[in-house]
Design a binder for this molecule. Structure first.
Ligand code: GDP
Length: 459
């Protein structure tokens, strides 16, 4: 099993937390060393591991304790979420051209499975209902053209080729022309690989790219490459500009480093004495190949991959459930308060904090049906507003938060809040007015509800 060793290495980390009550900086130190070792042994690069460990440690100690969830389970969840992020977070879908054929240019070293990927991808796209054509622009090995032709027949898609005499860029250009004529949806251009990165290959790729202006330039990488995958992504990207990667041979016995090294690519910038790395943009993995059969290609799902690495699907879903229940209880309590017409500044704060806790405000808005037309600028504006109001609430006394009437009745108090928060008196008055408006609206809502279904008014 590909991630077997990594999974086992991580298990020893969870085991070390058995019996502790809460995650602390001290008690996670040793488990974090296990995680670090497991990742390094899986051939993940040092700067990626460092960043990962730092981020996990910080989040693990900072998370709220969830009732019923053991600390080691909580750490599993944090590591999982960080792994998902490390692999790009969300699925990165193929991009299609708005008009005319979508051109997918495949690049990569020799033997990584590029020709196989051509056929697999064509088969995948065919199942999506797209018509495809393969273009044989690998002119150095006659066998490569034959292989592509055979695979094309097998999948049932046409293969465009001009033998080994023509120039790859010309073949690609003519192939695209033909595809346009036939109104083909997607063409996939197979290019020549070399054993190593070299100038001639890069120049040829540049020419092909210029000739067909591809929508996607995908680097095919063998999973056995391990952390070297990051170097490949970075050099191909520097030379030709790529849009993503396809990781092949994930069914083999590689240690998993490649899958974790493509999205975050670091570059060594240190002078001899100081070892320093900077994050240069990595690229998303778009597909993974896990076998020699045509069907063995699928979109890359970071969350599924993380679960595969951790081997703890049941723990994760348990923690997620528990988190949900906790949010639910918080929300219910707040709702009661709202309905009881005693909604005050503390509740207001709780409400905004709950929004931030539940993920960024922007994401939340995106989830509300009909709200997806909200522009990022509007969201930023709303977030800024919340921060603005919070800064005034933060300088109120506990009594003022509890009983907003105090502020409504006393100009002196409003003046003090304004002064301490660096806002104007008018802005404070506005905030107070807003709270009472909210109360009034809630009362109204409640009145309307009582007609049909009277809510429980007991506290
Ligand atoms: P190219 O030189 O990059 O075009 O590589 P090929 O497509 O000819 O593939 C090289 C070898 O790798 C062939 O024997 C393929 O069957 C094999 N191969 C390709 N993808 C996979 C994969 O995902 N898993 C396994 N096990 N073998 C693969």
């Amino acid at each position: 099993e590909m991630f077997g060793q990594l999974t086992t290495g991580l298990e020893s980390a969870w085991n070390k937390l058995r019996g502790v009550d809460v995650l602390t900086k001290e008690n996670i130190a040793e488990p974090m060393r296990d995680i670090r070792r497991a990742l390094l042994e899986a051939d993940v690069s040092l700067p990626v591991v460092r960043r990962f460990i730092e981020s996990v440690s910080e989040k693990a100690v900072g998370t709220d304790v969830i009732r019923g969830v053991k600390p080691e389970q909580q750490l599993v969840k944090v590591v999982n979420d960080e792994l998902v992020q490390l692999m790009g977070g969300e699925v990165s879908d193929l991009v299609f051209a708005k008009s005319g054929p979508t051109v997918i240019l495949l690049a990569g070293l020799q033997g990584v499975g590029k020709t196989t990927v051509c056929a697999k991808l064509a088969s995948y796209l065919k199942k999506m209902g797209k018509s495809c054509m393969l273009v044989a622009a690998d002119v150095y090995r006659p066998a490569a053209i034959d292989q592509l032709t055979i695979l094309g027949k097998k999948v049932g898609v046409p293969v465009y080729s001009e033998g080994t005499e023509a120039k790859p860029s010309q073949i690609a250009k003519n192939g695209l022309k033909e595809a346009k004529g036939k109104k083909t949806d997607v063409i996939i251009v197979d290019t020549a690989g070399r054993l190593q990165v070299d100038k001639a290959m890069m120049n040829e790729l540049k020419e092909v790219k210029k000739a067909v202006n591809p929508t996607e330039v995908l680097l095919v990488v063998d999973a056995m490459t391990g952390q070297e995958a990051a170097g490949l992504v970075s050099s191909f990207n520097d030379e030709i500009g790529i849009t993503g990667a396809i990781l092949t041979k994930l069914d083999g016995d590689s240690r998993g480093g490649a899958a974790l090294s493509v999205k975050e690519v670091f570059e060594f910038v240190g002078r001899q004495a100081r070892r320093e790395y900077i994050l240069v943009s990595g690229k998303p993995i778009k597909f993974v190949g896990q076998g020699e059969r045509i069907e063995d290609l699928e979109p890359f799902y970071p969350d599924r991959m993380a679960q595969r690495i951790l081997g703890m699907g049941d723990v994760l879903s348990f923690v997620e459930k528990a988190q949900e229940v906790m949010h639910q209880e918080d929300a219910e309590e707040l709702q009661k308060k709202i309905l009881s017409a005693k909604f005050n500044f503390n509740d207001f704060l709780k409400q905004t904090q709950m929004i931030t806790k539940m993920g960024s405000f922007s994401r939340l808005i995106g989830m509300i049906p009909g709200m997806n037309k909200v522009t990022p600028a509007q969201i930023r504006e709303a977030e800024k507003n919340l921060k603005f109001m919070e800064s005034m609430i933060n300088v109120m006394t506990p009594e003022e938060r509890e009983r907003p009437e105090l502020l409504a009745e006393s100009r002196e108090r409003r003046r003090r809040v304004a002064k301490d928060s660096g806002k104007t008196e008018q802005q404070v008055s506005q905030l107070v007015a807003q709270l009472f408006q909210m109360r009034a609206r809630m009362q109204k809502m409640m009145g309307a509800m009582q007609g049909k279904d009277s809510p429980d008014m007991n506290e």
